[in-house]
Design a protein around this ligand. Structure first.
Ligand code: IVH
Length: 711
């Protein structure tokens, strides 16, 4: 090819630019028709041609690609979804205490951290922990402007219109008294009465009843149509605050009462206490009142009252150090076991499930309970027809605690563990596992059919699209069962090809989509909606991706640890390869919080050709796995390593560690060439000082350090 002269280049570029801009608006227009109005005006192949022309021009003139190019996004902006809201201060979780000892040890920790003498009294507030959903309500110049769910703690969903339908929530507050910007945080919940009436209506309308008031509240709050929410009778308690331009008090108790004066509903069961004993008395008192409160609570939250102490204690990534939830024991009731069925899980585990005579426990109607495994069934000697104690604790699956043997009828046979999978008929066996250094049988019976067992294959897909994983809306249990039965989705990869299959062959697809065949319009709508939701989830964080793969024993927490350590899926595929397996295993084991069981299971997974192919195929299908990169604060000690020797006077070691960490540095426990700073407190280890001098490490006295980091 001959080189064209400059003038030609210029005219070519401007021609391309014009052509592109025409194509952009053309495609955008059709996206609108297709995605927003669900009313395409041109056949799919013509639309595809338009997009292809864009790609062709963009490939030749990369500098012309605009951020608004249709090639950079899939579908139109969602118009039927909640917007995202960034929380100016993260909405954290809370640490739990199961018993008095754990409360005492929390309190000891705080006192040590703050270097407060054991006998010095500090004030706590205590209030019920409401079992609902937390929400943040932003008031600017006295007006409710934005309300959001907690979401993942950093970003929530914009539920402003829905929150406005909750009767107790003030839409405006006294401008003269309230700070200019005030973010109220609290719990949205549903009372038992409203829960029962709502479920009655649900059943009358042929819909599934909600499992418990919390789920009902969540379902109601997340209605896209706020008119629907307004029919659902939600309530709200204010118990905390987020970012605010100023706060008129320096303690929790006065602030909560101030919120009450501004018109917010607060829980009247709350008070100030000075000792752990008094906190426990309050706990027992509310525990006794619990059945009559009319709404679900699952514990008591204890919080330090003074805000200056809270400020010093700071928060971990997960929870503030200044609060703890003292959980209530689960609620129990007696009912009858009608049947025991076997469920096949995604890793083949056969779980016995008890079908119960439905019974209300707390605010929820219970009709199933997990029996965990067949060893447990025989240990508790559970039989069909038995009367049993059943326990419900929050959102966990109800459990059968104990059989009431005295009530057992004669001639009831024990339950026999299965020898075959009830779904595919393959042999059912116990795997061998490592316990210490000895191999022994695990307690679970597994179907050996692998993915040839339809139940396992289906469960794997369900896990793949579940909340902590790809979180694909519109692919519920029922849809997956249907798509699987019709051979449309048989593996996770198929999910990312269904839009193409639909476009290639719409009529047969319509037959498969649930719904009545003569309502083709609505079926098409729901299919389009599903494609949109699949496309919007194609890009995924590494930890969620790892979790979605359904690796045995790998939960979200360990997936997060792995993601933080390995940073990218490419690196993991590379490290966990056959010729490198011993090093790779010891590398995983070096991660704090990842045990042997998990480590071996990850190795097994990545060494398996089928699993590797699954990852490659997902990438090929358009899935984008984002590398892990958490924002690191840019300070003069970010990414540096600090060591402390000797004891500190101005603060505890724990507090010093937190201060170092919030500035982006790491506190290490041993000295090496990689150490950047050494803080020498009183009675330092002299050899460390000597060594630090040798290495040329900067040494600070405690006072020098405090000035250095506060400058
Ligand atoms: S304190 C993180 N107080 O518990 C500390 N939380 O907050 C600030 N919750 O999911 C919140 N009742 O939904 C606080 N009286 C109460 C609460 C409460 C319920 C929930 C909240 C959140 C979790 C941790």
């Amino acid at each position: 090819m001959t080189k064209s002269n400059n003038r030609d280049d210029v005219s070519l570029v401007s021609k391309a630019k014009k052509e592109l801009s025409k194509l952009y608006s053309e495609v955008n227009k059709h996206d609108e028709y297709y995605y927003r109005e669900h009313n395409p005006k041109i056949p799919d192949n013509e639309y595809d041609d338009l997009r292809r022309s864009i790609l062709k021009i963009e490939a030749n003139f990369p500098s012309l690609v605009l951020a608004t190019s249709p090639s950079l996004r899939v579908g139109a902006e969602p118009s039927e979804k909640f917007g995202k809201v960034k929380h100016s201060l993260p909405m954290l979780s809370i640490q739990n205490a199961k018993n008095r000892e754990e409360v005492v040890s929390w309190n000891d920790g705080i006192k040590n951290f703050l270097m407060i003498n054991d006998n010095t009294v500090i004030e706590y507030v205590a209030e019920p922990k409401i079992d609902g959903l937390s929400a943040s309500l932003l008031y600017e110049n006295g007006e409710l402007t934005v309300a959001a769910t907690r979401g993942n703690g950093l970003f929530g969903e914009d539920i402003t219109e829905n929150i406005k339908t909750i009767k107790g929530v003030p839409l405006t507050i006294d401008k003269k008294r309230a700070p200019k910007v005030l973010e109220i945080r609290g719990e949205v919940y549903m009372s038992h009465d409203n829960f029962y009436s709502l479920n009655k209506i649900q059943v009358e309308q042929g819909k599934e009843p909600f499992k418990n008031p919390r789920n009902a509240a969540a379902g109601s709050l997340k209605q896209l149509d706020s008119k629907e929410t307004s029919k659902r009778s939600l309530e709200f308690f204010a118990y905390a605050w987020g970012d605010s331009s100023s706060l008129p008090y320096d303690n929790h108790y006065d602030l909560i009462n101030f919120f009450k004066d501004l018109g917010f509903p607060i829980n009247k069961n709350f008070g100030i206490f000075k000792t752990i004993d008094d906190l426990i008395i309050f706990y027992n008192d509310i525990l006794e009142k619990r059945p009559d409160l009319g709404y679900d609570i699952d514990g008591i939250v204890y919080k330090l009252n003074r805000l200056d102490l809270r400020e010093r204690l700071q928060s971990t990534e997960h929870h503030p150090r200044w609060a703890i939830a003292h959980k209530f024991p689960a609620e129990r009731a007696v009912t009858k076991i009608i049947d025991v069925e076997i469920q096949v899980g995604r890793t083949g585990v056969l779980t016995p499930v008890a079908r119960l005579q439905p019974i209300a426990i707390g605010g929820a109607l219970i009709s199933n309970a997990s029996l965990h495994n067949f060893e447990e069934v025989s240990r508790k000697d559970i039989r069909i027809g038995d009367m049993v104690w059943v326990q419900r604790a929050g959102d966990v699956i109800p459990q059968v605690i104990k059989v009431i043997k005295e009530k057992r009828l004669k001639n009831i046979e024990p339950i026999v563990p299965p020898v075959n999978c009830p779904v595919c008929g393959a042999k059912a066996e116990k795997d061998l596992i490592l316990s210490g250094n000895i191999e022994k049988e695990e307690k679970y019976i597994r179907c050996t059919g692998g993915l040839t067992c339809s139940a396992q294959a289906i469960e794997r897909i369900k896990h793949f699209v579940s909340k902590g994983a790809f979180d694909i809306e519109g692919l519920g249990q029922k849809q997956i069962d249907d798509y699987f039965a019709e051979k449309i989705i048989e593996s996770p990869v198929d999910i990312f090809y269904i839009e193409r299959r639909y476009k290639d062959n719409p009529p047969s697809f319509w037959r498969y989509t649930s719904g009545s065949p003569n309502k083709i319009g609505t079926i098409k709508d729901s299919a389009l909606k599903l494609f949109k939701s699949i496309n919007s989830k194609k890009e995924i964080e590494l930890d969620r991706f790892l979790f979605s793969l359904g690796i045995r024993h790998l939960g979200l927490t360990s997936a997060g640890l792995l993601a933080g350590h390995y940073k990218s899926i490419e690196k993991m595929l590379d490290i966990f390869s056959a010729d490198n397996s011993i090093d790779a295993l010891s590398d995983i084991l070096s991660l704090d919080g990842v045990g042997k069981k998990v480590a071996i299971s990850i190795m097994d997974f990545f060494l398996n050709l089928e699993s590797r192919n699954l990852i490659y195929d997902l990438i090929k299908s358009g899935v984008i796995i984002k590398n892990f990169d958490r924002e690191i604060k840019d300070t003069k000690i970010s990414n540096k390593t600090v060591l402390i020797t000797g004891s500190l006077e101005s603060m505890s070691r724990a507090e010093a560690k937190v201060k170092i960490e919030i500035l982006g540095a790491k506190l290490s426990s041993s000295l090496s060439k990689k150490t950047n700073f050494l803080i020498a407190g009183s009675k330092p280890t002299l050899s460390k000082i000597e060594k630090a001098k040798d290495f040329g490490i900067k040494i600070f006295s405690e006072e020098e350090w405090n000035t250095f980091i506060s400058e």
